[in-house]
Design a protein. Structure first.
Length: 329
């Protein structure tokens, strides 16, 4: 089947959708609707942001060929982020389907399912929406609430208890985000290849390497260097751990052999987890019961924060297979 015939069939399938039909992108999980079907393009609108994006015919035809030429399916990770909706729309055509388990989109001879969200699926997904089971999520909510109740643009004006609260929450958030960042980085190591930057909505990552060295056994190193004509005195240095052992059996003071520079700093001594939990629950109860524009805005901000946390733990990647398209109509 030619690309032109496939395009005409895809347009027919899009025309047959009702106005509220929602599709889900396979990589980022973004929901969108189709607002216009034209000969040169299909225009979509993202549900969360309300932004529109034209999906160009020539780019669909490129994707048709890539999928049909791939015997085992076209790897979704090869899609750039802005091409994610193309794959979702393509599944409306009965000859194309997405295999989420293998992470590919492939051509098929049998009618297949699409990325369209059914009404029942959508309501079920909303009913099952839950907070991330991560301590950092609660700490972030508390930090946002604290920053909104105090003028953090003028820290000098804050009273000491407010500064203590801020420092404690910032410390907890830093620890939690560091742990989460490490988990995400470990996953990305399995998915990102050298010299292939992976782009997403908020930035990009690239696999790299760093060399770490540790000396072999001391005697082996010294013997090897001596064989090469290097005197061991040139490479031996004072070992601080051995100096400390020597100080314990002599009357020397540490400042006899050390340059000592005392520096003061603040560290978190303890965290009142019970008080944090009480405040967090009170904040959630207040939001749930409040019925005013400001509460609605804060609820929206918290939902946006949830979405951002979810996006940061997701993965989408690829390389562009098309040139930048024209503007929306």
């Amino acid at each position: 089947m030619t690309a032109g015939v496939t395009w005409d069939n895809l347009r027919d399938e899009c025309d047959a959708l009702d106005d509220e039909a929602t599709l889900l992108t396979p990589l980022s999980g973004t929901q969108f609707t189709i607002t216009s079907v034209q000969d040169p393009r299909i225009v979509i609108r993202f549900r969360d942001s309300g932004d529109s994006q034209p999906l160009q015919r020539e780019q669909f035809e490129t994707l048709f060929r890539r999928v049909e030429d791939a015997a085992d399916g076209f790897d979704l990770d090869r899609l750039p982020p802005d091409a994610d909706p193309y794959a979702a729309v393509l599944t409306l055509h009965p000859r194309f389907e997405i295999d989420e388990q293998d992470g590919v989109i492939r051509a098929t001879d049998e009618p297949s399912s699409s990325q369209r969200i059914r009404a029942s699926d959508d309501s079920t997904a909303m009913d099952e929406r839950a907070e991330p089971d991560r301590p950092v999520y609660a700490d972030l909510l508390l930090l946002i609430d604290t920053m909104e109740r105090h003028d953090v643009d003028d820290l000098d004006a804050l009273e000491t208890p407010a500064l203590v609260n801020l420092y404690t929450l910032l410390s907890d958030v830093q620890r939690g985000t560091d742990d989460l960042r490490k988990e995400v980085a470990d996953l990305l190591l399995d998915r990102v290849h050298h010299d292939q930057p992976v782009h997403a909505q908020f930035g990009s990552v690239q696999r790299t390497s760093r060399e770490y060295r540790s000396l072999k056994d001391d005697e082996d190193v010294l013997a090897t260097l001596e064989d090469a004509g290097i005197d061991r005195e040139r490479v031996t240095t004072v070992d601080s751990s051995k100096v400390d052992e020597a100080l314990e059996v002599t009357e020397l003071a540490p400042d006899d052999v050390y340059e000592i520079d005392d520096r003061e700093y603040v560290r978190k001594a303890e965290v009142d987890e019970e008080r944090k939990e009480t405040r967090l629950q009170g904040l959630k109860d207040q939001l749930a019961s409040a019925d005013d524009p400001e509460a609605d805005e804060l609820r929206d901000e918290i939902e946006a924060l949830e979405d951002r946390i979810e996006e940061l733990t997701e993965f989408s990647s690829g390389q562009k297979f098309h040139t930048p398209s024209g503007g929306d109509t």
